[in-house]
Design a protein around this ligand. Structure first.
Ligand code: HEM
Length: 314
């Protein structure tokens, strides 16, 4: 870095003086000529002196760009010299001074390696340099030169049927507008209500039945009865007779309950005069018939002989 005083000396330079510049230039030319003569005499060469090109300095003196000349600074500028014997500066110990480090290190392997090979051909600088990179493996690679069968094809998709997955039916091409107009409207299957409940008449709701059944005995028999199959068959709800049904061995008079049956009177009377346990359990095994029909209990189912015997005993 130049000393800061340089900047100062430039600012303190006197204004350019054409006479001073001219004198300096002439002095410089004289010195150069004397040097040339000295060199030529030393070489003993036969080369003739080059003709001096004379420039009419007087004519275009005013048009020349003023040149600055070194001038002595008006103030004392301290000078520094690395070679100077400065007692204030610490003397470098030449024994401890190491040569500047070089890279790579002298004992490294990298230094022993040969320089990288120079590219054979210059990289293209035209539009071809914008081409996509070469495919992999390279066309001249050993991998490509070897048997191409070593490159396995991608695995095929597993057969859906082998995985136990039902095959998806192929899509049909969309119908044209005319075909759509001719075609019947798409059938939208509304989910059929699985309920077969009937609309009960007012005053025949389950709550109405509960209150009625709790109020009185609806069996229409004077006492607990042993019902034989022949007796049961007569109570089928026809000809003004009550309808009796057997559920799990117990005989119930189902006639008072018929208008309250959510599944309808007809459904209930299918079991009239019979054992309705199987039908009942097929439709609604969760229904607690014992609690609902307690007031309708007639008796228990007995065999024909048992009924007779009991009657005889009575
Ligand atoms: C005395 C005996 C019976 C009693 C106490 C009884 C009672 C009931 C009750 C409480 C329901 C409503 C069930 C619910 O909402 O989940 C019902 C529904 C029904 N019951 Fe009975 N039932 C009897 C006998 C029968 C018999 C013998 C049949 C048929 C042969 C039958 C056919 C039906 C049907 C079809 C429904 C409509 C089920 C539905 O769609 O939700 N019931 N019954």
């Amino acid at each position: 870095h130049p000393p800061n005083t340089w900047r100062l000396s430039w600012t303190l330079l006197p204004p350019p003086d054409s006479k001073h510049i001219k004198a300096t230039l002439e002095d410089y030319d004289e010195k150069e000529k004397s040097q040339d003569r000295q060199e030529k005499s030393d070489d003993n060469s036969v080369v003739e002196d080059e003709p001096d090109i004379k420039v009419d300095e007087e004519s275009d003196d005013d048009q020349k760009t003023p040149q600055a000349t070194p001038a002595a600074p008006s103030i004392a500028v301290p000078s520094f010299n690395l070679d100077s014997d400065d007692s204030n500066m610490p003397e470098p110990d030449t024994n401890d001074t190491l040569p500047p480090p070089s890279f790579p290190a002298a004992n490294s392997q990298q230094r022993a390696m040969p320089p990288p090979p120079k590219p054979v051909s210059k990289p293209p600088t035209t539009a071809s340099s914008l081409m996509p990179p070469p495919s992999f493996p390279a066309p001249n690679s050993a991998q490509r030169a070897s048997n191409s069968s070593s490159l396995m094809p991608p695995p095929s998709r597993p057969n859906r049927s082998s995985l136990g997955v039902p095959a998806i039916p192929a899509r049909q091409p969309p119908l044209s507008a005319a075909a759509q107009a001719r075609a019947p409207p798409p059938r939208i299957d509304t989910p059929k209500s699985s309920s077969s409940k009937v609309k009960l008449a007012p005053g025949f709701s389950p709550l109405d039945w509960a209150s009625l059944a709790a109020s009185k005995n609806l069996s229409n028999v004077s006492s607990f009865t042993r019902v034989t199959p022949s007796m049961l068959a007569e109570k089928n709800g026809r000809k003004g007779n009550d309808a009796w049904s057997v559920y799990n061995g117990k005989v119930y008079n189902i006639t008072p309950y018929a208008p309250f049956h959510p599944g309808g009177k007809g459904e209930l009377l299918r079991a009239a005069g019979k054992d309705g346990t199987k039908l009942f359990m097929e439709v609604h095994p969760w229904v607690n018939w014992e609690g609902m029909l307690n007031s309708c209990l007639v008796g228990v189912m007995v065999s024909e002989s048992e009924g007779e015997g009991l009657d005889a005993m009575d």
